[in-house]
Design a binder for this molecule. Structure first.
Ligand code: KG4
Ligand code: ZN
Length: 352
């Protein structure tokens, strides 16, 4: 089975061709970083226009590099949400047009399900597994019981972890996207120099909170002598931030492992996915945690952690195998929770 995947839900225009034997034939990602950099973040209108401008050409290139035509495909999978709706529309309309013109099955994939199943593109990770999903828009702990079967154990009550990395980078003048920049600067830093808070650490449950940590970073910068920050200050603050964020993630994930084991028994697999799972320091800490608890950590290669279309094609393959096809009347979904039955997170910073 050969599936074309399309991803346009944020600032990456991506197209990939993936086979059901886990072969990624082509995986193209066109980053819009230069378009958004002057604004210090993703501008939805600019993103939608850039997707519109580039997607057709990228799909043509993907097929060309795979040495195939539309008639060789067994399906088209596209991110149907959640995300920036203008971009999602561009991807969905393109995928529908290809599906209609070539009489191919059309699959609308939940972007979060793309991240959630990305580990299974690399190897045969069996259900159920525990998933830490950490990206720019989401920060959740879930049990993946199967395709379209998710049980949310916890989520953020304010910022996502990637958002916290991005805001920290912005405060430090490191530019966008912040995650990789903070990670790079942290290597040279002293993580013990600044005592930053670890929100919710030691509390029961699996929810996250990062806005207090972000505020503490701002206050720490304000307390430094006026003038441009020294490289050592930036490095120490990045290292201190990354250590604090890591402590929170390890604490919350420890609680999730206990809940997972209560329900499904000891052992198993912890999957880390989403853009922030590309962070090597975090992966190391999760690896140590998993080892200490008798679990195995599976984290896709960094390229598959950040947004890409190979994971969308793969999720499409998983859905097609189960006969899950969508109609061409599918409407893009700006919001699309993985676990619609999850108890809403409660807390001071909960977003509507
Ligand atoms: O999954 P993703 O590409 O897009 C969303 O679905 O949100 O995640 C993007 C987020 C951004 O916040 C980015 O700063 C963060 O992932 N990120 C990182 C790293 N690489 C990307 N955060 C920390 N360390 C990294 N190496
Ligand atoms: Zn994503």
């Amino acid at each position: 089975m050969l599936v074309l995947g399309i991803e346009t839900s944020c600032d990456e225009t991506a197209a990939a061709v993936v086979e059901d034997n886990r072969t990624v034939h082509v995986d193209l990602v066109l980053s819009q970083l230069d378009d958004h950099r002057p604004y210090g973040g993703v501008v939805p209108e600019i993103a939608a226009r850039a997707h519109l401008e580039h997607l057709d050409g990228l799909v043509a290139r993907a097929l060309d590099e795979a040495g195939i035509g539309f008639s060789d495909l067994d399906g088209i999978a596209v991110t149907g949400g959640p995300g920036l709706i203008g971009g999602v529309f561009v991807g969905v309309m393109t995928a529908k047009a290809i599906a209609a013109a070539s009489s191919l099955p059309f699959v609308a994939v939940n972007h979060l399900e793309g991240h959630a199943l990305s580990a299974r593109l690399g190897e045969d990770v069996r259900f159920p597994y525990l998933l830490l999903l950490v990206s720019g828009g989401h920060c959740q702990l879930l049990v993946v019981e199967g395709v379209e079967a998710y049980r949310r154990l916890g989520t953020t009550i304010d910022d996502a972890l990637g958002e916290a990395f991005d805001k920290t980078a912005k405060l430090l003048g490191l530019g966008y996207p912040g995650g990789p920049a903070v990670e790079a600067a942290a290597y040279a830093g002293d993580a013990s120099r600044f005592a930053l808070p670890r929100p919710l650490k030691g509390r029961p449950g699996c929810d996250f909170s990062f806005s207090g940590l972000k505020t503490a970073v701002r206050q720490t910068i304000d307390d430094l002598p006026p003038g441009p920050l020294a490289d050592a200050d930036v490095a120490d603050l990045c290292a201190s931030f990354q250590a604090a964020a890591g402590d929170v993630v390890v604490d919350r994930t420890t609680n999730a492992i206990a809940e997972f084991e209560d329900r499904y028994g000891a052992g198993g697999v912890l999957v880390a996915a989403g853009g922030v799972a590309a962070n090597q320091a975090l992966r190391q800490r999760l690896d140590d945690l998993a080892a200490a608890k008798g679990l195995r950590l599976v984290a896709p290669p960094p390229r598959l952690c950040t947004d890409n279309a190979a994971m969308i094609a793969w999720a499409g393959i998983e859905r097609l195998r189960l006969g899950l096809v969508d109609g061409l009347d599918f409407a893009p979904r700006p919001r699309w929770p993985l676990d619609p039955d999850a108890t809403p997170a409660t807390g001071a910073g909960v977003k509507a």
